[in-house]
Design a binder for this molecule. Structure first.
Ligand code: AMP
Length: 206
């Protein structure tokens, strides 16, 4: 089962992809996380990616394509892909290389999306994502899993968020329009609780 999750930043793609990955025992592939891993490991790609990510810009396709092709080829039984494609070139690249069984669009209004992003915290160590509004850790600022410190992502500041949302409207919405023409395109109401969204997805992909 190859599934692509689409939606505005803050719509919960990452959280839902993680839940689905646990349920179906298939990898959750997130391009942003792969890029951040490269930054943390101070690779050449990480150095290049950082300058784009900090500003909320998209990392150029040539770098992103290499990551995506490599990780998707390793996911032989299927995947939940989140954060890719974000523009038409990436969409065409994906369709030319992989068969996609479901496209899931998590629909959410911009105002709620921004509120959710500003409440997002990520563990510095294991990268688990929390939300101080509705997905709190047991102890404030401490990861439930590994005890690591919870931080606001560097690009989760108002200016970079605005830029990322602009990119979503200008570039990713064209991708959504293209995928909407496919029969396996599914729309999900992302303005619900985390578990209600999950239930809706599962009932629609089965
Ligand atoms: P995310 O974790 O999905 O919010 O992505 C964080 C940042 O990583 C984005 O603002 C981009 O700079 C970069 N990034 C993630 N996915 C992509 C992609 N598909 N194409 C280009 N850049 C990306």
């Amino acid at each position: 089962m190859n599934v692509v999750l689409l939606g505005i930043q803050g719509s919960g793609k990452g959280t839902q992809a993680e839940l689905l990955s646990q349920k179906y025992k298939l990898p959750h592939i997130n391009v942003g996380d792969s890029l951040r891993e490269n930054i943390q490991n101070q690779t050449e790609l990480g150095k290049i990616a950082k300058s784009y990510i900090d500003k909320g810009e998209l990392v150029p396709d040539e770098y992103v394509f290499a990551i995506v092709e490599d990780v998707l080829n390793k996911a032989e039984k299927g995947f939940f892909l989140d954060g890719f494609p974000r523009n038409l070139e990436q969409a065409k690249f994906l369709l030319s290389k992989f068969k996609i069984d479901k496209f899931l669009l998590l629909e959410l209004d911009e105002e709620t999306a921004i509120k959710r992003i500003l409440a997002r915290r990520q563990c510095k160590k294991c990268k688990k994502v929390y939300n101080i509004l509705f997905q709190k850790p047991e102890v404030e600022n401490v990861c439930d899993i590994c005890g690591g410190e919870l931080i606001l992502r560097e690009d989760d500041n108002k200016q970079a968020i605005k830029k990322r949302i602009e990119k979503f409207h200008h570039e990713t919405e064209k991708v959504i329009k293209l995928f909407k023409e496919q029969s396996n395109f599914i729309t999900i109401n992302a303005a619900q609780s985390l578990l209600a969204i999950n239930k809706e997805i599962i009932s629609k992909i089965n």
